[in-house]
Design a protein around this ligand. Structure first.
Ligand SMILES: C[S@@+](CC[C@H](N)C(=O)[O-])C[C@H]1O[C@@H](n2cnc3c(N)ncnc32)[C@H](O)[C@@H]1O
Length: 404
């Protein structure tokens, strides 16, 4: 398979190859190492399991950035080869770059600005847009960047503070924009779309961008561009396939499964990573404790906790979390040993996750191809490829759809 971007006539073949790969290996990527003391596949591949379990946390972090070359025992290298082959996807063609005065980049965080510029320079639509619709726009930075003289802009956003700031920015920069407070999931959101408008969405989550695909098709939009994000943010408990091919697939994806493509930390800073490590190590230690307190050898989900929980001393953290989950008080424990075992488990979990991570990109591409095939069924010709380097954003894939 080539590393070019994908066009309409290649989508189905790639989808089916990915579907078969994901289905055949689901016992390797579905179970989450965080939730199990031992994973079902470890008995099948003991050499790989022991090798992964013997490595350090630092080694896991380094390896995650170069999974294709990890010298792990089989079947890791063979699965890596297949995963990279199936998920290979090239960059979309570039369109002419837009230039703006420096004032356009004021108030836009650096990474976001770079993402917007990259998105804007990969929109080679055959027809010149007249009216952009920035779907889930935030402050509308993307829409403003795209809107040139003689073009109009409508920004749809449900957070009133972002609508207000966006409006102020557009006024200040002299962009002909309307910032509307709109829940895009509400029944009346389709009134903002018609054949004269070109919707764009940068990192609109699960249901929000799916809704755009459905409404843009039914309202006759002739072209659109969507870079999806957070596939797991959906109202239903399981993924609802859009295209006929995905509806025929035997993969039934839970919200947990849908979070797999999002487990990349390439853009997180060192401080955020350190905090995340501590939070995971403490939760893994607590998991050992709760198995003992409940006398049930089973994972117990814990809610997401505000950052200050991890500023507490570790014994206090466990005491409070036990209380929150209505468990008996831990009483006296060897806290130092328990915390150390949490950190040891974290190293093992992160290394075991490397196998699961091989399926991250294939699953993301499967989800994108479902969207692309759906748009094809709606009469669009579709291109799917990357618009920026994944270090700028791991959600770097863009769907372009145009009706003849
Ligand atoms: C990840 S942000 C992306 C914002 C912007 N496109 C960008 O790239 O900076 C998603 C945006 O969707 C907005 N949003 C969430 N749910 C929404 C809904 N139901 N209707 C409209 N906007 C929504 C959020 O307030 C947020 O501004």
């Amino acid at each position: 398979m080539s590393t070019a971007f994908l066009c309409s006539d290649e989508l189905l073949e790639r989808f089916q190859a990915l579907d078969q790969f994901l289905h055949a290996h689901q016992h390797l990527w579905r179970p989450r190492p965080f939730q199990h003391l031992s994973l079902p596949w470890e008995a099948e591949f003991p050499e790989l399991a022991n090798w992964l379990r013997s490595r350090t946390l630092e080694q896991a972090k380094e390896s995650d950035a170069c999974l294709a070359n990890l010298a792990a025992p089989e079947p890791f290298p063979e699965l890596a080869r297949q995963a990279f082959h199936l998920a290979a996807l090239g960059e979309l063609p570039c369109s002419s770059a837009l230039t703006h005065p420096d004032s356009f980049s004021v108030d836009v965080p650096g990474r976001k600005l770079a993402q917007i510029q990259a998105f804007a320079s990969h929109l080679p639509f055959a027809r010149q847009p007249r009216h952009w619709v920035d779907w889930c726009s935030g402050k509308g930075h993307l829409g403003r960047w795209l809107t040139q003289a003689q073009q109009r802009l409508t920004c749809l956003e449900y957070d009133p503070a972002l609508v207000e700031s966006g409006n102020q920015l557009s006024l200040r920069l002299g962009v002909d924009a309307e910032h509307l407070q709109q829940d895009v999931l509400a029944a009346d959101s389709d009134r903002h779309l018609d054949a004269t408008r070109t919707p764009v969405a940068l990192h609109a989550c699960g249901d929000l961008h799916v809704r755009l695909l459905q409404l843009a098709s039914s309202r006759g939009c002739t072209q659109l561009a969507v870079a999806p994000c957070c596939y797991n943010r959906i109202a239903s408990t399981h993924y609802q396939p859009l295209s006929a091919a995905a509806q025929a697939s035997q993969l039934l994806l839970s919200r947990d499964d849908l979070a797999l493509p999002l487990c990349e930390t390439v853009t997180a800073g060192a401080r955020v990573r350190r905090l995340r490590d501590r939070s995971m190590a403490w939760r893994l230690a607590f998991d050992l404790l709760q198995r003992q307190l409940r006398n049930i050898d089973q994972y117990l989900p814990t809610p997401s906790l505000p950052g200050h929980w991890f500023d507490k001393p570790f014994p206090q953290f466990c005491e409070d979390l036990a209380n929150l989950r209505n468990l008996p008080s831990p009483g006296s424990q060897d806290w130092q040993d328990l915390e150390a075992r949490g950190w040891q488990r974290l190293a093992e979990v992160r290394n075991l996750e490397l196998l699961r991570n091989l399926f991250r990109r294939p699953l993301e591409l499967w989800l994108l191809l479902d969207r692309a095939l759906y748009l094809m069924e709606q009469g669009y010709s579709v291109r799917l490829g990357s618009f920026c380097d994944y270090r700028l954003s791991p959600r770097n894939l863009l769907l372009l759809a145009e009706r003849p």
